[in-house]
Design a protein around this ligand. Sequence first.
Ligand SMILES: Cc1cc2nc3c(=O)[nH]c(=O)nc-3n(C[C@H](O)[C@H](O)[C@H](O)COP(=O)(O)OP(=O)(O)OC[C@H]3O[C@@H](n4cnc5c(N)ncnc54)[C@H](O)[C@@H]3O)c2cc1C
Length: 382
Amino acid sequence: MDFGLSEEQRLLRDNIVKFARGVLCEGAGARDRDQVFSRDLWRRCAEIGIQGLPAPADYGGSGLDALSCAVALEALGYGCSDGGLTFSLCAHILACVVPITRHGSDEQKRRYLPGLCDGSFVGAHAITEPGSGSDTFSMRTRAERQNGGWRLNGTKTFISNGPVADVAIVFAVTDAAKGFQGGITAFVIDRETRGFSAGQKFEKMGLRSSPVGELALDDVFLPDTAVLGQVGGGSAVFATAMDWERSLLVAAHVGAMERVMETSINYARTRRQFGQSIGKFQAVAHKIADMKVQLDAARLLTWRAAWRLENARTASMEAAIAKLFASEALLKTTLDAVQVHGGYGFMVEYEVERALRDAVGSTIYSGTSEMQRNIIARWLGL
Ligand SMILES: Cc1cc2nc3c(=O)[nH]c(=O)nc-3n(C[C@H](O)[C@H](O)[C@H](O)COP(=O)(O)OP(=O)(O)OC[C@H]3O[C@@H](n4cnc5c(N)ncnc54)[C@H](O)[C@@H]3O)c2cc1C
């Protein structure tokens, strides 16, 4: 088994780390404090091809395989200390660009992918509703047949990029009798569509430079050409988005874990108490050794899930395992990093408190840890 990266993958990783450190980190603390999403940085990311990583070159993307995308997103998570921006990019790429690439008609790909890749559009993926989160398919948003199209009504909530999105994939019930299999349809909606609007933007604990909010559909009329995939095929579109998001968003977590671990090593080497560096205390060193074990395990699980996305019949269980392990490892690593930094870790200036706040959501979005365990148990026949 070969665990090495190819020359192209190494170059991709080095370029993204250099770009992220040089361009994306400055001002991250202020953007977090003020909850600012930067369109300027969004465009700068597009200039080096981040938004279009997995999209075909014909539509303005880089056409990378899933494993290379994982390498790229890990590099982004490692180099970029603005966790909100990284999160917004991942939501855009994995839950909007990928489903349109995989399920879109030629017309939809021509219409949306070039703008989603070149940074002119921000994408969102909207399934959660005020009354349906983990129980996703109990959604109340309805799409009714009308004059060669569909009339949509409902409200989506907690939508990443929702407040600034130009394009959104929105799920609605089209046949209540069929339920989850065959009764849900995905639609692609433009920001300007009449009746479609961004509702309140939420104030959050972490990922504060990534805007999250509500999307309202008030008698929105969409033509048949807005259906993504098949009528009744929403569960397949959702499964694609979740498999990619669970496998590759956590690649960015792996990068963040490595950055936070390195910060902790540097601090443990330089901070002195009782006449020696605190890293010489076993209680501190073991915390950092555990960070390394979790980092390596999370990386391997992520690479396996990413590889399976394109080389195996299904990646669903492996994606759930990677998501569960890497998100919980990220949370533990960032909490331990604060502890290693002592009182300084609790202060905003040292950035590890921000990494911890950013990490908390990771065990909730893309399906909570409890739901990942449910998925894994189901695959085990339980
Ligand atoms: C930062 C962030 C970004 C997000 N971005 C998006 C987005 O872009 N698009 C989108 O559609 N949604 C998004 N979400 C929503 C996210 O997917 C939901 O919050 C998540 O699925 C949980 O749903 P809920 O919040 O309604 O919690 P609930 O489903 O109400 O769960 C509450 C608690 O009950 C537990 N629970 C529920 N059912 C079970 C069960 N069967 N077994 C065991 N435990 C269970 C949960 O694990 C959790 O601990 C985002 C959320 C966050 C925090």
